[in-house]
Design a protein around this ligand. Structure first.
Ligand code: ADP
Ligand code: GLC
Length: 488
């Protein structure tokens, strides 16, 4: 049994803006189930304190660079006995809004200080300086918000081995040199072999340079980030670490209890591969919910997404707009929030086709399950996608994913064409070019196949039979941890 401290800035169901939260709950749970001694550390945001019943203060600690001592609060992840530590600094985390900014989307001005404080608290826990008599063998950090922790630990003698997982290289935590100076960090970090990045401070680089091992959330994304197109200028560093054998892609798993059409409490009628016909009941309920005509033979396209350029929302708007104008027998049901322009364009699309477009701007756990259960296909035409979870949920719900051939989408969906169809391997629809035209052609392929219910059902069965639980992927992390402890 290893002691593993898992550090993340969002953890489902306490605080979530995207897939990082899902993974930061489901991976530690899977590792704990396999016998590892797990703790999760996250900031004590107001919403977390409100959501948790039993919270106890277990430590008080003064961190370098911060005036007031902070507290470590202990609780358990809801519906489990997994111990979580919350870094309580009310000045930084007890506010009304999201984890990174206000409700209307602007970043908090003091994010650099907030996540420096968080990283310093992680370091204190990693060095067993909290007086809790628990020192991890492995510190597993996630995304830029935790990137300073491996950097601050690098020269410590009694430190744990460190793993840094990139969930999305597009968000790097870049700040000016003035901000760096205000954070009272070791001056030696201001170096191109440190966290300096073209005159800016990069939290992400802290993880990339100083962690003993880097992982990312799919094998294809691990290759992609070593290239100019996906590397944001970090491709040289990442290629170097890959050459050293220090960069690995491990595909995310999903929480198969939470996302299970057999027992999902949010959906109207539960179903399995054997009772797949009940999916049509969920389809009818979904159409009702969005005030769309209840028709069995219309192809319902689901979309649940942060509305940002990464997700190819503009491609969807263009391609689906054209198909609707052409009178194709389709409906689009969309749940999301994000950039105002995309929200507005979706509203306009609905106004133009009120009987064919359903839209909910906002965030809803319940609706997201209902869309997964009720739609026929799921749209994920992402420009890049480190892993993507919704295509994995879709496969399990027999809702065929339509994806661009990139990152984790490339690694998890088998295109319904040619020999894949003939041999029964197909699970969804894939296309290469990030263009509305390519998406439109692929949607036309889906519309065509939907007219062949027997073939369609076979693809659904294959999709539903795929195993994207954490079983295999969590073992890959354990092998990595073991290797590191042998090596470091
Ligand atoms: P990313 O993390 O890049 O946003 P993922 O596919 O990894 O993409 O994860 C997104 C997660 O957030 C999924 O669990 C998805 O269901 C959820 N999600 C995104 N937008 C919404 C929304 N508006 N309402 C409910 N859940 C959402
Ligand atoms: C990021 C990525 C997404 C991935 C998620 C969890 O938000 O954008 O592709 O699934 O992290 O790893």
């Amino acid at each position: 049994m290893r002691k593993i401290l898992f550090a993340s800035s969002e953890v489902h169901p306490l605080v979530k803006t995207g897939g990082l939260a899902d993974v930061s709950a489901s991976l530690p749970l899977a590792l704990a189930e396999q016998g590892q001694d797990m703790r999760i550390i996250l900031p004590a945001y107001r919403q977390c304190l409100e959501a948790l019943d039993k919270i106890e203060t277990v430590a008080t600690v003064k961190l370098d660079g911060f005036h007031l001592p902070i507290e470590i609060l202990q609780s358990t992840l809801p519906n489990s006995d997994l111990i979580i530590w919350l870094v309580n600094s009310p000045e930084h985390f007890d506010r009304d809004g999201g984890p990174y900014g206000t409700h209307d989307g602007g970043d908090w001005q003091d994010n650099a200080a907030r996540f420096t404080l968080f990283s310093r608290a992680i370091v204190a826990a990693a060095l067993d300086q909290l007086g809790l008599d628990w020192q991890p063998d492995i510190l597993h950090c996630n995304d830029w918000q935790t990137g300073l922790a491996p950097a601050l630990l690098a020269n410590e003698v009694n430190r744990p081995a460190t793993v840094f997982t990139i969930h999305n290289l597009a968000y790097q935590g870049l700040y000016s040199q003035d901000v760096f100076d205000s954070l009272v960090l070791p001056a030696s970090l201001w170096h191109s072999d440190g966290i300096e990045f073209y005159g800016l401070m990069s939290f992400m680089k802290g993880g990339l340079i100083f962690a003993d091992h880097i992982t990312t959330v799919s094998p294809t994304y691990a290759d992609e980030i070593c290239s100019y197109e996906f590397g944001y200028g970090l491709e040289g560093l990442l290629s170097h670490r890959a050459d050293q054998g220090r960069l690995t892609g491990i595909l995310n798993g999903i929480d198969t209890q939470e996302w299970d059409p057999k027992s999902d409490p949010y959906i109207s009628k539960n179903y399995t591969v054997k009772t797949m016909r009940y999916k049509s009941i969920n389809k009818a309920v979904l159409q009702q919910l969005f005030s769309l005509p209840e028709k069995e033979n219309v192809l319902v396209m689901g979309l649940i997404s942060r509305l940002v350029s990464q997700k190819g929302v503009d491609l969807t708007l263009d391609a689906v707009g054209k198909l609707l104008d052409a009178g194709e027998n389709i409906q689009l049901i969309c749940l999301g929030s994000g950039e105002a322009a995309y929200e507005q364009d979706l509203r306009v699309l609905r106004a133009r086709h009120p009987d064919k477009v359903g839209l909910h701007i906002g965030y809803s756990e319940e609706l997201s399950h209902q869309i997964e259960a009720g739609a026929d296909i799921f749209l994920m035409p992402s420009r890049f996608e480190p892993c993507g979870l919704n295509q994995l949920y879709s496969l399990r719900y027999g809702t065929l994913p339509v994806v661009r051939n990139t990152g984790g989408l490339a690694d998890s969906v088998v295109n319904a064409a040619g020999s894949n169809l003939k041999n029964g391997f197909a699970t969804g629809f894939k296309f290469d070019d990030a263009t509305a035209k390519a998406l439109e052609e692929t949607l036309l392929r889906a519309i065509g196949l939907f007219k062949h219910p027997r073939v369609w059902r076979k693809v659904m069965v294959t999709a539903m039979e795929q195993d994207y639980s954490w079983e295999e992927s969590s073992k890959a992390y354990q092998v990595l941890y073991d290797n590191l402890l042998g090596k470091v």
